[in-house]
Write a protein that binds this ligand. Structure first.
Ligand SMILES: N[C@@H](CCC(=O)N[C@@H](CS)C(=O)NCC(=O)O)C(=O)O
Length: 204
């Protein structure tokens, strides 16, 4: 299997962390492919009309995306039943935490595009303010309402941990730890996992 993308993308990193947690990292070749929001990458658009990363190419050359589907595929291939549990109540709680973590990453990437890549003078102040609120609200929710789920290693906690690491790396002005001690403790512990260390942004 191959996975296309750059670890700086939180969505790519979520998949790489999931691969480690499933014991599949050794079977997944990481093909580094960068993206720009205003330029199509022909290698990627040949695999996915959307041209976004990550894209996984199976051993039978079928493209799979997006990151949520790739994580589910990896868990399926590994026979892993803990990343996305089968049990109804637990399953949908974890999938909702996954949506929260991926949604947080999504707005953070959009915020970065708007504030660091869009030409000065074309930036939309109201959108920036609303997006800051959204980022803070998502982290407040994680800190207040997900304590039980944050104790386990699941697709949900992988998404949360990687989204927070992206904020540390790209949007450090958020200083999110100060008012969120439970989320901070979760992240500190989760970041020591081998899956996180092996995919650390500094590790390339
Ligand atoms: N929902 C997608 C989001 C993927 C995504 O937004 N990837 C960004 C990089 S972090 C990308 O490819 N951006 C390039 C573009 O928008 O053309 C997923 O979960 O995989």
């Amino acid at each position: 299997m191959k996975i296309y993308g750059d670890t700086i993308s939180p969505f790519v990193r979520m998949c790489l962390v999931a691969a480690h947690e499933c014991g599949l990292a050794g079977k997944l070749e990481h093909v580094k492919e960068a993206v720009k929001p205003t330029l199509a990458n022909p290698k990627l658009t040949a695999l996915s009309a959307l041209g976004k990363i990550p894209i996984l190419e199976t051993d039978h050359h079928h493209p799979i995306y997006d990151s949520r589907v790739i994580i589910e595929y990896l868990a399926h291939v590994a026979g892993n039943k803990t990343l996305i549990p089968d049990d109804g109540v637990k399953r949908f709680r974890i999938l909702t935490l996954l949506a929260l973590g991926q949604g947080l990453a999504d707005v953070c990437v959009a915020y970065r595009y708007e504030t660091a890549m869009r030409p000065q003078g074309s930036q939309w102040a109201d959108w920036i303010a609303r997006t800051e609120q959204r980022i803070n609200a998502a982290m407040d929710d994680m800190n207040s309402n997900w304590q039980a789920e944050l104790a386990d290693v699941t697709a949900g906690t992988i998404a949360a941990a990687v989204a927070l690491a992206y904020i540390d790396f790209r949007l450090p002005a958020f200083k999110w730890r100060d008012t969120r001690p439970r989320l901070s403790a979760f992240h500190e512990k989760f970041s020591t996992r081998e899956s996180m260390l092996k995919t650390a942004l500094a590790a390339g």
